[in-house]
Design a protein around this ligand. Structure first.
Ligand code: HEC
Length: 210
């Protein structure tokens, strides 16, 4: 039952996103430029809210299902599932909300999740904020494609370490070999808890040239 199996890594990442959104505030000066620009042509705050709500709702859908997979097939089952379904899941949930949901990273597992120029810039900015230990706030801006996008950091949580931590330590040989067999160019290991794993990029399809 595919529907019942709506699960995968997304749930974890959405969890991270959810945490980020909770500590959201208006204090971060690094996003000032986007905010100032946005006031002139679209409702920055409304899209920020929408982005956070979509992430939260998606999280709920996945949460109830990932536990089923993990309990039934264990961690290798979750890796298999993500490999086969991560994209399908983000695609179908995106259609539901009239958005395009992407996850991207500076250290990719799946090369299909490669950042474009806009998400690359957001990633680099978050990495700088991380270096200086400043908060990473969600960002809303019009991207080069003419659409409004919502970006938010995905931070690594403890439960992610089993697949994104250090091989031979948190990542078992079994899981690491399985990951390598599916993603020979995997760069998404060696993360520490609390560090930036990647970002959400949610594109609002109703905002073409807004
Ligand atoms: C069971 C192993 C497993 C766990 C646990 C896991 N991931 Fe992943 N992660 C994967 C796999 C496999 C992919 C590739 C999915 C695909 O093909 O798109 C992935 C991809 C990602 C991506 C997309 C970017 C990329 O590199 O392709 C992000 C972001 C991500 N994971 C974050 C997290 C976060 C945050 C957590 C914990 C909250 C987590 N993951 C826990 C296995 C895991």
């Amino acid at each position: 039952m595919k529907k019942i199996l709506l699960t995968g890594i997304l749930i974890f990442a959405l969890g991270a996103c959810q945490n980020e959104t909770k500590q959201n505030s208006e204090t971060d000066t690094s996003v000032k430029t986007e905010k100032q620009e946005s006031k002139t042509d679209f409702d920055h705050k409304a899209y920020k809210m929408k982005g956070m709500i979509i992430a939260k709702n998606t999280f709920k859908v996945f949460k109830s299902n990932i536990q089923t997979i993990a309990a039934k097939d264990g961690l290798p089952g979750v890796v298999d599932f993500c490999h086969e379904n991560a994209e399908k899941i983000t695609d179908s949930l995106g259609k539901l909300h009239n958005v395009v949901i992407k996850r991207t990273s500076h250290k990719l597992r799946n090369e299909k999740n490669k950042p474009d120029a806009d998400s690359q810039a957001v990633l680099e900015n978050y990495l700088k904020l991380q270096e200086t230990q400043k908060p990473m706030e969600p960002v809303v801006k019009k991207a080069a494609d003419g659409y409004v996008h919502f970006y938010a950091p995905i931070k690594l949580k403890k439960e992610c370490l089993k697949c994104h931590g250090t091989p031979g330590q948190e990542v078992s040989d079994e899981i690491y070999n399985l990951i390598k067999s599916k993603y020979p160019n995997d760069k998404a290991t060696g993360f520490k808890e609390g560090k930036l794993r990647g970002i959400w990029d949610i594109k609002f399809l109703n905002t073409a040239n807004k």
